[in-house]
Design a protein around this ligand. Structure first.
Ligand code: SAH
Length: 373
C-alpha cells in the first residue's frame, strides 16, 4: 500500500449523508453522491476512471482524494456443499473471515465485524483467539461489495447463478461492541442507493449487549438475532459470560423493546446444542416458559467442534426432541442446517488470524496467540 492510498477516503465507509458531505467538500453537487453510489453498489465499479457520466475533472479529483477499496483476499475455500469462505486481510499479520452460504431460494453472506472477539463465549472458536480490533465501516461494507463482485465474476465464468440476497452479521466479532462502525454499514446495506436490501434480509446477531440493543432500536431496524444458548442465568453465565453483566430477564426486555420500537416481527434466539450441557427436555421446557407468548423464534444450532474444545454436539434425536418440546408449547423452533463444516466455515468455527492484544498486553497465554500461515 502506498502512503497516499492510506490517506485517501475509502468511499465504502461513507453512508449517503456522509458521502454527500464529502462530495460537497470537493465542490460537487449532492446528486453526485447518488451517482457515485450507483456506480459503486449497483454496478460494482470501483475505478473512478470508469464512471463515465461524471465530469472528467471531478473524476481526477476523486482519484486523488478518494478510493473504493475492499479488503484484500488472502485465500478462499469452497465446501463440498457449495459454501464459500474467504480469508481477508486486516493488516500484514492479521486476517478475518467471510462466508457465503448458497441455498435454493437465497444466498446468505455472513460477514465479520471485528478481528477476533473479546466476549469469551466458551463454545466459540473466535473467542479462543482473543480480540484485536474493530473492523471499519469500509471493511464491513467492503466484504459485501467484494462478495457480490466475486460471485458475479464466477457466474460469468461458470454460469452458476449465486447472488447475495441476505446479509448476516454472524461472522467473527460482536457487532454491538463495534456499534459506531456497524450502524453506518447497516445504513449502506439498506439504502436504496446502496445494496438496497430489505430490513428483513439483514440480520445482526448479538451475544446480548443490552444497552446497545436499546441504542440500536433508535438507529436502525434490521432483524435482530440473540445468542441465548441457555434457559437460566447460572448456565448462561458460564456459556456467555456477558450474561453476568446483563442477565436473561434484562436481555429479553431489551429484545421486546427492540421489536416494539421497530415494529419488527420477531427476534430469533440462537441456541447452540451442546451434548449434556443445555440440551435436556427440562431445559427445553424452561426455554419455552421464557419465550411463550412473545414474538420469538428459536434457531437450534448443532454445535460445531473446533480443536481444543471441551464440548460435543448433541445427537440428532436429542435436538429434534428439544425442538418438539418447544413446538408443543407454541414456541417456533427450527434446526439450523450445518454448512461448510469441511472448510471450518460453520457457525463458531471462524478463526481467521488474530493477534490477541488483550493477552499480549497481559503477557499471559502468549503461547496461544494465533499466527498461522
Ligand atoms: N457475536 C455475535 C455474532 C456471532 S454469530 C453473537 O454472539 O451473536 C455466530 C452464532 O454462532 C452465535 O449464535 C454463536 O453463539 C454461535 N456459535 C458460536 N460458536 C459456535 C459453535 N462452535 N457451534 C455452533 N454455533 C456457534
Amino acid at each position: 500500500m502506498t502512503p497516499a492510498a492510506t490517506q485517501r477516503t475509502n468511499l465504502l465507509g461513507l453512508p449517503r449523508a456522509a458521502l454527500e458531505t464529502f462530495v460537497a467538500q470537493l465542490g460537487g453537487q449532492p446528486f453526485r453522491a447518488r451517482q457515485l453510489m450507483n456506480w459503486m453498489y449497483k454496478r460494482g465499479v470501483g475505478s473512478f476512471a470508469d464512471m463515465t457520466d461524471l465530469a472528467r475533472d471531478f473524476r481526477t479529483l476523486l482519484a486523488a482524494q478518494a478510493e473504493v477499496r475492499a479488503p484484500q483476499i488472502i485465500s478462499q475455500q469452497r465446501s463440498v456443499d457449495g459454501t464459500r469462505k474467504w480469508l481477508l486481510r486486516a493488516d500484514a499479520a492479521q486476517a478475518f473471515e467471510m462466508v457465503f452460504i448458497p441455498e435454493p431460494d437465497r444466498g446468505t453472506l455472513c460477514i465479520s465485524s471485528q478481528v477476533g472477539c473479546a466476549l469469551d463465549c466458551s463454545f466459540c472458536a473466535t473467542a479462543q483467539q482473543g480480540f484485536n480490533r474493530n473492523l471499519s465501516t469500509a471493511e464491513m461494507v467492503g466484504q459485501v461489495w467484494l462478495a457480490v463482485r466475486e460471485l458475479e465474476r464466477e457466474e460469468q465464468q461458470r454460469g452458476d447463478e449465486r447472488h447475495v440476497s441476505n446479509v448476516v452479521l454472524m461472522g467473527m466479532g460482536e457487532p454491538l461492541a463495534n456499534f459506531r462502525n456497524v450502524v453506518p454499514a447497516l445504513r449502506i446495506l439498506l439504502d436504496d442507493f446502496g445494496f438496497d436490501l430489505s430490513r428483513r434480509r439483514v440480520t445482526l446477531s448479538t451475544s446480548g449487549l443490552v444497552p446497545q440493543i436499546y441504542k440500536l432500536a433508535r438507529e436502525t431496524n434490521v432483524a435482530l438475532a440473540v445468542s441465548l444458548h441457555a434457559p437460566d442465568d447460572a448456565l448462561r453465565n458460564e456459556l456467555v459470560p456477558i450474561n453476568r453483566k446483563h442477565p436473561i430477564a434484562e436481555l429479553l426486555r431489551a429484545c421486546w423493546h427492540y421489536l416494539d420500537e421497530q415494529n419488527g416481527r420477531s427476534v430469533t434466539f440462537e441456541y447452540v446444542m451442546l451434548a449434556g450441557v443445555n440440551d435436556s427436555p427440562a431445559q427445553a421446557r424452561a426455554l419455552a416458559r421464557l419465550l411463550q407468548g412473545h414474538p420469538a423464534k428459536v434457531n437450534l444450532i448443532p454445535f460445531n467442534p473446533f480443536p481444543g474444545t471441551r464440548y460435543t454436539r448433541s445427537s440428532a434425536p436429542v435436538i429434534q426432541r428439544f425442538r418438539d418440546e418447544l413446538l408443543q408449547r407454541g414456541v417456533l423452533a427450527t434446526i439450523r442446517r450445518t454448512r461448510g463444516e469441511d472448510i471450518d466455515a460453520a457457525c463458531g468455527q471462524l478463526a481467521g488470524r488474530v493477534i490477541d492484544r488483550t493477552t499480549v498486553r497481559l503477557g499471559s497465554k502468549l503461547i496461544g496467540v494465533a499466527v498461522q500461515p
